[in-house]
Design a binder for this molecule. Structure first.
Ligand SMILES: Nc1nc2c(ncn2[C@@H]2O[C@H](COP(=O)(O)OP(=O)(O)OP(=O)(O)O)[C@@H](O)[C@H]2O)c(=O)[nH]1
Ligand SMILES: [Mg+2]
Length: 651
């Protein structure tokens, strides 16, 4: 029988020790003989030159090891918020995850963002409190923060000793430990009626065996979250964590004989520029030389397959359900594509989209065409880069999460494409929201209407963050079913026309948070009554008339331009708090009362996303390199003053 597969994501905020832990797991499993280090740039998974120079992970990377009868594909992810898109794509291919929390820094805003997504997607997750060897490490304090901010269903699996020293260690709680058993029973009983009944009746009825079984079931069901402690650097607690991974996380499930289904979570270019797609198989098998379908109705031949085996890439004739593999030959494939099925809708986003953009300028003006090509290639690996071309000004811009991502794009263009570029100022990607309600109608045969249809649309504001909702409020008999077959299909297609039209509002920005209702619909027929008589309406009439009517309705509703804002928390030495408050005031930040904790202070503030980038850059200077800043997307708010307009774009 084939080995069981476990696709395991290593997730955490920046610098928590993900790459170091990945390296340690590979070492303990005997895959590597020498332990690499992030600081020396010698780890398995931080393999890009840029990652080694900067000591941070930029792209997700796969490495594998064997744990008894389970073949584990580890996916090391970046923790910096600028690279959150990488994490998002990995989330869709995981069987389980280890979320790291630093024993020193504790739960950070990024930990909360990640845990929310893991819970939403019901991905079984173990928590690993790392860096227990570092001065300032905590245990109870961290568990407390975890249960307050991440999940109430936590079970600490043991005890850490000699915290904050090189000798720090971790021991698993034993079956005889009554406090541990009581804690287990209490947490598990909440989601298991049998355990609840036994617990209430007589606690001693609950054997440790039964509790362990229930713990495994509930962890695999993403209902409870066991917590381990240790140090990726010294190796403390790693054996316990590995036992936990083997016993408490579920192996991949899926149908070997089922139809082909896989998801591409990473794209890379090989030595000679060829495209390599990382796929996670959910069903069926792909063989070399198979023609497979993917993306929006594309098809191509797989020319080679490699799988990950004990750290190395090994060529294979086929890859089956549960496994992760690299595929060659699919030249049109993009990140996020499904293999096997085509035309499937885009997966729902787990994290906020990029909120900033910047114009990229080629150092030499005759490099412009090459630059466009290079950016398109980068966007294949990272669709959120979203290259835009401004036709009037002949400018290219890319969407961004932040300054670090900008620097990485710049460095990548230099090293991989031999292109020297500079960025203009980073600007927000605004959105527009309707202010009030507005309605418009274009009648069939009216002079103002060049199309063969009557369409009436109403736009109304909807709650912040709710997106765009389309509703049909017309007589079903008025719907041209000879084109659209069913009412549902008509509604879906009209919804698409509406969303397409709302990509550009009155000021040129995408319109969000509104309800659009179709209030009138008439089509023309050759033998109809005089008011409807004419050549038969086509889908194109509806598709082309929708934006005309919608923009009229929107003009009556009017819109307000809103800018992305972020919630920022800064931790700084208390002695620089005066300078920090002054800097924040200059950056339009609304500061909540700072909390002073001895030599360290925390400031929470909400500010425009662009200003947070400035703060990022000023922070080292303001705090003598001691400041720590976390920012998370906090929605949009109306801009004050002039409404900024977006320039025309052709891409
Ligand atoms: N003392 C101590 N240092 C650690 C431990 N784990 C990691 N570090 C150090 O923390 C720093 C960051 O480690 P990484 O492994 O790069 O962290 P990461 O989570 O992969 O970081 P990103 O990928 O950039 O988000 C490095 O200097 C490591 O040597 C640990 O358990 N103890
Ligand atoms: Mg890393």
């Amino acid at each position: 029988m084939a080995k069981k597969e476990l696709n395991l994501g290593i997730l955490a905020h920046v610098d928590a020790g993900k790459t170091t832990l990945t390296e340690r797991l590979l070492y303990e499993a005997g895959v590597i003989d020498v332990l690499g280090s992030v600081d020396a740039g010698t780890t398995q998974t931080d393999s890009l030159a840029l990652e080694q120079q900067r000591g941070i992970t930029i792209r997700s990377a796969v490495a594998s090891f064997a744990l008894k009868d389970v073949h584990v594909n580890l996916i090391d992810t970046p923790g910096h918020p600028d690279f959150i898109a990488e994490v998002e794509r990995v989330l869709s291919v995981l069987d389980g995850a280890v979320l790291l929390i630093s024993a020193v820094e504790g739960v950070r805003p990024q930990s909360r963002t990640l845990m929310r997504a893991l819970k939403r997607l019901r991905i079984p997750t173990l928590l690993f409190v790392n860096k227990i060897d570092r001065p300032g490490a905590g245990d109870e304090r961290v568990v407390q923060a975890i249960s307050e901010q991440l999940t109430t269903a936590v079970v600490p699996m043991g005890t850490a000793h000699a915290l904050g020293t090189r000798a720090a260690s971790f021991t698993l709680s034993r079956a005889e430990d009554t406090t541990f058993r009581a804690r287990l029973a209490e947490v598990l009983a909440e989601r298991d009626e049998g355990i609840m009944a036994a617990y209430v009746e007589d606690e001693s009825n609950l054997t440790y065996h039964r509790l362990r079984d229930a713990l495994a079931i509930q962890t695999k069901g993403a209902l409870v979250h066991p917590v381990f402690f240790g140090s990726a650097v010294t190796g403390a607690g790693i054996e316990s964590l590995m036992t936990g991974i083997g016993e408490l996380l579920p192996a991949a499930a899926g149908d070997l004989a089922g139809p082909l289904a896989g998801t591409v979570f990473k794209i890379e270019r090989g030595a000679s520029g060829e495209k390599i797609a990382y796929v996670r198989m959910f069903s069926g098998t792909i063989h070399t030389r198979d023609r497979v379908r993917f993306g929006h109705d594309l098809e191509d031949k797989v020319t080679a397959i490699t799988v990950f085996e004990r750290g190395a890439a090994v060529q294979r004739p086929a890859v089956s359900v549960g496994a992760v593999a690299k595929l060659w030959g699919l030249s049109e494939i993009r990140v996020g594509d499904r293999i096997g099925e085509t035309g499937t809708g885009a997966a729902e986003h787990q994290f906020a989209p990029p909120t900033l953009e910047s114009v990229v300028v080629a150092g030499k003006s005759d490099d412009r065409a090459r630059l466009r090509l290079a950016l398109v290639q980068l966007a294949e690996q990272d669709p959120l880069i979203n290259v835009r071309q401004d036709d009037d000004r002949q400018e290219l811009s890319v969407s961004l999460y932040g300054e670090v991502q900008k620097e990485v794009i710049q460095a990548t263009l230099a090293s991989e494409f031999d292109l020297e570029v500079t960025f203009r100022e980073t600007t927000p990607i605004y959105i527009e929201r309707p202010i009030g309600g507005g309605e418009a109608i274009e009648m069939l045969h009216a002079d103002s209407n060049p199309f063969l249809a009557t369409i009436g649309l109403r736009v109304e504001p909807a709650p912040d963050g709710s997106g765009i909702e389309f509703r049909l409020e017309v007589d079903p008999r008025a719907v041209p079913l000879y084109i659209y077959k069913t009412l549902e299909n008509f509604s879906e297609r009209m919804g698409q026309y509406v969303r397409q039209a709302l990509r550009k509002g009155l000021f040129g920005w995408e319109v969000a948070d509104c309800v659009v209702t179709m209030t009138k619909c008439i089509y023309s027929v050759p033998d109809g009554p005089p008011s409807r008589r004419g050549p038969l309406s086509t889908a194109a009439d509806f598709r082309k008339l929708t934006p005309l009517v919608l923009m009229q309705a929107l003009e009556r509703a009017r819109t307000v331009v809103c800018e992305p804002i972020v919630r920022v928390s800064v931790e700084i030495p208390t002695e620089v708090i005066g300078a920090m408050m002054a800097a924040l005031a200059r950056l339009d930040a609304v500061v909540e009362t700072p909390s002073l904790e001895g030599t360290l202070s925390m400031i929470e503030t909400v500010m425009p996303a662009v200003r947070a980038q400035d703060l990022h850059q000023q922070l080292p200077g303001l705090t003598g390199g001691e400041g720590v800043l976390d920012s998370t997307f906090a929605g949009y708010q109306p801009v004050s003053g002039d409404q900024p307009t977006r320039r025309a774009n052709g891409g």
